[in-house]
Design a protein around this ligand. Structure first.
Ligand code: NAD
Length: 385
C-alpha cells in the first residue's frame, strides 16, 4: 500500500511510519515540526531527545533496510500538499497533522487562532488534495473521544438513531467538546461528513482516547527511534505526567475530584487500529466512525494504579488533589461503546502493572532531565474567582 502519513514526526505518526515501512508498505511522511516549535516556545520540550525526521529515517533505514520518504512542510499550504499528492499518489492517507494540545488552544487568542486555522486548513486541504489528485484514496482521520464530551447517556459509535414525532433518522452522535482543540476536531468531522455526502469521499474517522506508552518493535532497537514523550501541562497527557511525577518524587496532581473518566489505549493498539482501518477501506460515499480505546478509567483510578506500581518499585508515590484548571465535569456518567475495532480484529494491550512498571523504568532512565516546573498547570480555562 502507498501510504502518506500527515504529522509523521509526531507521537503517533513516527511509530506508525516505522511500523508500516517495516511491513513493506511504501511510506511517505509529511510534517512541519509545529509541535517541536510550540514546545520550544512554551518551554514544554520532550523528556527524551528526538532526532529530526531525516535523521530518524536514516537510523531506521540503517537498522532495518526500510525506507521512509520524508517531506518537511506544512499541509495547511495547499500547493505543497498538492505537489506531495502528485508525487506520492497515496492509496491511503493517515491524517495526524493537527495542533493536539487542549491547554495550548485555551491559552489565549493567538493560540486559539493558530489551532483553529491549522487544524481546519489541514483537513480542508487534505479533502481537496484527495478530490483533485487521488480521488479513490481512503482517508484515515484521527478524531478524538473528546469530541463527544461527557454526556449523561451512553456514547454510541459515531451515530445516534433518533425517533422524533413518530419518525426515525440517524445522525452524527451529538458532539459537545470541552476545549477549542477538541472543537476543531468536531468541525473536522463535520467537514469530512459534508464531502463524503456530496463528493463521495471514503473516510474512516477514528475517535481515539488518550494514548500511552513508548514501546514499539522498532523503538526497542534504538532509543533514538522513540516517539516524543512530553510530561508538561501543555503537551503531556495525564498518564505521562503521573509517570514523571512518580519518578521525580512529586505528588501526582489530580485536577479537582478526579472522577473524570476517559477511554485509554496503548500505543501498540493505535498502530493496530490504524492498520486495521487502512487494510479495510470503506466504500466511496461512506463515513465510518470507530471509537478507538480499549478500557476506561477515572483520573483517580489512574493515579492509584501508578501509585500502587510505583510503591512496589520503592518510589514512595503520593497523590494530591489540586484546583482544576479546566472547565469540565469532575464526576459524571461515562459509558462509551467500542465494538467496531474489536470486531475487525483488534487484540488489546491493557494497562497492566507490568506495562506501568516498564513505562516507569523507561522514564527513570531519563530522570536527570526532568524539569519539575513544567508539570504544574500554567493554563486555566476560566478566570478564578
Ligand atoms: N496522542 C493522543 O493521546 C491522542 C488522542 C486522541 C487523538 N489524537 C489525535 O491524533 C493525532 C496525532 O496526535 P499526536 O499525539 O501524535 O500529536 P503530535 O503533536 O505528537 O503529532 C502531530 C504532528 O503533526 C504535525 N503537524 C501539525 N500541524 C501540521 C501541519 N499543518 N502540517 C504538517 N504537520 C503538522 C506536528 O508537527 C506533529 O509532529 C492528532 O490529530 C490528535 O488530535 C491523539
Amino acid at each position: 500500500m502507498r501510504v502518506l502519513i500527515l504529522g509523521g514526526d509526531g507521537y503517533l505518526g513516527w511509530p506508525t511510519a516505522m511500523d508500516f515501512a517495516a511491513k513493506g508498505h511504501d511510506v511517505w511522511v509529511m510534517d512541519n515540526y509545529m509541535r517541536r516549535n510550540i514546545a520550544r516556545e512554551t518551554c514544554s520540550e520532550a523528556l527524551m531527545p528526538n532526532p529530526n525526521l531525516h535523521d530518524r529515517a536514516e537510523i531506521f533505514h540503517a537498522l532495518t533496510g526500510g525506507k521512509i520518504h520524508v517531506v518537511v512542510g506544512n499541509c495547511a499550504d495547499y500547493r505543497l500538499l498538492s505537489k506531495v499528492f502528485v508525487e506520492c499518489q497515496p492509496e491511503t492517507v493517515i491524517h495526524y497533522a493537527e495542533q493536539p494540545s487542549a491547554p495550548y488552544s485555551m491559552r489565549g487568542f493567538d493560540e486559539a487562532r493558530l489551532t483553529f486555522n491549522n487544524n481546519l486548513n489541514a483537513t480542508f486541504n487534505l479533502i481537496w488534495a484527495v478530490m483533485e489528485h487521488a480521488p479513490s484514496c481512503h482517508i484515515v482521520k484521527l478524531g478524538t473521544m473528546g469530541e463527544y464530551g461527557t454526556p449523561n447517556i451512553d456514547i454510541e459509535e459515531g451515530w445516534l438513531e433518533v425517533e422524533h414525532n413518530g419518525r426515525k433518522d440517524k445522525f452524527l452522535f451529538p458532539r459537545q467538546a470541552g476545549s477549542l482543540y477538541h472543537t476543531t476536531k468536531v468541525l473536522d468531522t463535520d467537514l469530512l461528513w459534508f464531502y463524503v455526502r456530496t463528493h463521495g469521499l471514503r473516510v474512516t474517522d477514528l475517535m481515539q482516547g488518550p494514548v500511552y506508552g513508548l514501546a514499539s518493535e522498532q523503538s526497542e532497537m534504538d532509543e533514538r527511534l522513540l516517539p516524543n514523550f512530553h510530561y508538561d501541562d501543555i503537551f503531556g497527557t495525564v498518564v505521562n505526567r503521573f509517570l514523571v511525577q512518580a519518578v521525580a518524587s512529586v505528588p501526582l496532581t489530580i485536577y479537582g475530584k478526579g472522577g473524570q473518566t476517559r477511554g485509554y489505549l496503548n500505543l501498540k493498539d493505535t498502530l493496530q487500529c490504524v492498520e486495521l482501518a487502512m487494510n479495510t477501506p470503506v466504500e466511496p460515499g461512506k463515513l465510518r466512525i470507530l471509537n478507538q480505546f480499549t478500557e476506561q478509567f477515572s483520573v483517580k483510578q489512574l493515579a492509584e494504579k501508578v501509585q500502587r506500581v510505583g510503591n512496589a518499585m520503592g518510589l514512595n508515590v503520593q497523590i494530591k488533589n489540586i484546583d482544576n484548571p479546566r472547565k469540565e465535569l469532575e464526576e459524571h456518567y461515562y459509558n462509551a461503546k467500542h465494538y467496531g475495532l474489536l470486531e475487525m480484529g483488534l487484540k488489546p494491550h491493557y494497562m497492566t502493572e507490568e506495562v506501568i512498571a516498564e513505562m516507569l523504568e523507561m522514564v527513570a532512565r531519563y530522570k536527570s532531565g526532568i524539569d519539575r516546573n513544567k508539570i504544574e498547570p500554567r493554563v486555566r480555562w476560566k478566570q478564578q474567582s
